[in-house]
Design a protein around this ligand. Sequence first.
Ligand code: FAD
Ligand code: UDP
Length: 379
Amino acid sequence: MTDLVIVGSGFYGLTVAQQAAERLGLKVKILERRNHIGGNAYSEIDAETGIEVHTYGSHLFHTSNERVWEYVNRFTAFNDYKHLVWAKHNGDLYPMPINLDTINKFFNLELDSASAKEFIQGQVNADDVSSATNLEERAIALVGQPLYEAFIKGYTEKQWQTDPKLLPADVINRLPMRFTREHRYFNDTHEGLPLSGYTAWLENMADHTNIEVVLNQDFFDVKSDLVGQVPIVYTGPIDRYFNYEFGELGWRTLDFESEVVMTGNYQNTSVVNYSDLDVPFTRIHEYRHLHPERNYQTDSTIISREYSRFALRNDEPYYPVNTSDDREKLVKYRILMENEPNVWFGGRLGSYQYLDMHMAIASALTAFDNEISPFFASR
Ligand code: FAD
Ligand code: UDP
């Protein structure tokens, strides 16, 4: 007998399953539509090069949440990879996020931290940062017009196919602006890639006698047999759950075009962003650099060019677009979610939120503590 059904085997679903099996001894069944475990964090070894490829784009693990760091270390060890990104603009490479070296190279200056700050402050109005109502206003208030035009405008237009004036200002908060030479992409205390790969990590989380994972099983083929019969954690898209009653929520999807190149090193680093609109892709991933500790062969390397577009109904939804129209629909769906008996909605798709892996895990641990565990205790 199954005590709990979980729809989706991404980090959110796996964390809830692992906690329910270990802490409450529940029998958990995970239904997964795809032919593999792990949602978008899944990776596989490329047969031709032997390199671990992140099937849904480079996944960099980083967190400052000590509970999450301790938890994930139960299932995998990490290498000491630190993510560094370069942006290509007009044929030249610049450190990204924008830092002191980016500013000096772009403006052909040799400023120190204090004078670079003064120089940029001369181009911006600091009061506009908090009052900005869209991405373009906030980005210009943070970095000034010339750096915005070079590194943000074109990239953002390609990434979102939406005028930056129509995007929420918060999107740009993910990208820090620095007046030091710090080049790390993330500010978090802990960072690294799973030493034995993502799939081994994800499989370790599901490795419990009380957890059964059923692959190639779409929840909607069995929904009517389950809802109301067994408690459910649903991590798929919210609009799909309610049969698009209030319309579709907007998502971006990505296409990856992979190529094996006969060199041991294509671009020196795992990710290069392409800032300019005349290049159709947003970035190139070269996965070998995520694991410098591995002895990958040096005859060839595998790269992926990433293209972004609006998701149609049958595409994989990746990034919530989150326009004001989406937010209005979400309010209506949330009322239905609250009234759905014994179903908890969570994860990136089930909350319509851009969650990093550590955030999906943290949110699953919290939902388990505050909602799911008390529900079973009271039965
Ligand atoms: P998902 O991983 O999306 O899992 C949901 C699962 O539910 C999927 O396996 C799906 O197949 C399944 N499902 C959906 N509908 C059904 C159904 N009807 N029936 C059965 N199963 C169903 N995070 C980072 O921390 N660092 C990064 O560098 C990073 N890079 C990313 C790059 C990209 C391109 C994307 C899209 C995400 C990235 N993330 C990154 C975010 C990371 O992928 C998510 O935090 C994580 O996947 C969230 O896990 P989840 O369980 O909520 O969702
Ligand atoms: N961004 C940009 N130029 C870059 C990198 C990012 O303009 O070179 C903007 C863009 O709007 C993007 C946002 O910053 O959507 C967040 O970037 P991040 O790298 O966090 O996006 P993700 O890795 O989630 O695609």
